[in-house]
Design a protein around this ligand. Structure first.
Ligand code: ADP
Ligand code: MG
Length: 258
């Protein structure tokens, strides 16, 4: 198994955000993580990617115990993620945002000099040119190449979300976590994103996807895990999940409360 948690639990004060969760993501697949608002999806992501430390339980990546490791260490091991709320360097150019992802991978030390060198490709060192060129490749893959020199903040919302994916891919992950990547996108942008996520999977990168859009989830996920009130209530294929009584009740029950 590529990634596995064992009874993963995170308690905030009195709130049990995730409770004894056994989650797994298989190599080469798109695994969906769904559940009503507040179910613990983002908390599960944070506790698998080093942004938060579980109260108890374990996380294994490629058989190695990564519980409690820092986000940086986990990133170096081959896990990348995007966030529910866009976290771009809005004042920087599109390509610089990707180069930062690339940069972390290379572990370069001198960021100030690097930023200056960017002004002229001619003055870049061989390593910097390589970072620039490969950042460009990720932008082209996401079909954002023509925006390379624009400010990140000037991109339409849907493209900003894709830029975050380009940046995450630039760390060359084996496993990519996407936290509601289609949030706020219009139907065309969502359709395009679905295609992009498939293309990433086809590159051999495994994906875990938190998503509210059921059409998207059911269409592209190979396996789905369902959380409700911090607990795993189901896992299986899209067909199995769609017909699961417990899942249907969990969603309907919450809707009545709203
Ligand atoms: N840092 C935190 N401090 C306190 N409570 C938190 C924190 N993060 C999440 N929670 C709580 O944990 C529960 C799960 O939240 P979250 O993981 O964001 O759910 P989801 O992503 O499924 O909507 C919620 O009740 C939320 O209020
Ligand atoms: Mg969330």
């Amino acid at each position: 198994m590529l990634l596995e948690t064992e009874k993963l639990t995170r308690i905030y004060g009195g709130v049990v955000a995730i409770n004894d969760v056994d989650f797994h993501a298989s190599e080469g697949l798109i695994t969906g993580l769904i559940g009503p608002n507040g179910a613990g999806k983002t908390t599960l992501f944070n506790n698998m990617t080093g942004l938060d430390v579980p109260t108890r339980g374990k996380v294994f990546f490629e058989g190695n115990d990564i519980t409690g490791k820092s986000a940086h260490e986990i990133s170096r091991m081959g896990i990348a993620r995007t966030f529910q709320n866009i976290r771009l360097f809005k004042e920087m150019s599109v390509i610089e945002n990707v180069m930062i992802g690339r940069h972390f991978k290379v572990g370069n030390k001198d960021k100030g000099r690097f930023r200056q060198a960017l002004k002229s490709y001619f003055f870049m060192s061989r390593e910097e040119r390589w970072i620039y060129d490969s950042a460009m490749e990720y932008l082209e893959f996401l079909e954002l190449g023509k925006f390379a020199n624009d400010d990140a903040k000037s991109l339409p919302y849907g493209h900003q979300r894709e830029l975050e994916i380009a940046r995450a891919l630039a760390t060359e992950p084996k496993l990519l976590f996407l936290d509601e990547p289609a949030a706020g996108m219009n139907p065309q942008e969502t359709e395009h994103l679905m295609e992009t996520i498939r293309r990433i999977r086809d590159k051999g990168i495994s994906i875990v996807l938190i998503e509210h859009d059921m059409k998207l989830v059911m269409n592209i996920c190979d396996e789905i895990t369902v959380l409700s009130f911090g607990q795993k209530i189901a896992e299986g294929t899209p067909e199995e999940i769609q017909n699961n009584e417990t899942v249907i009740e969990a969603y309907l029950g919450r809707e009545e409360e709203d």
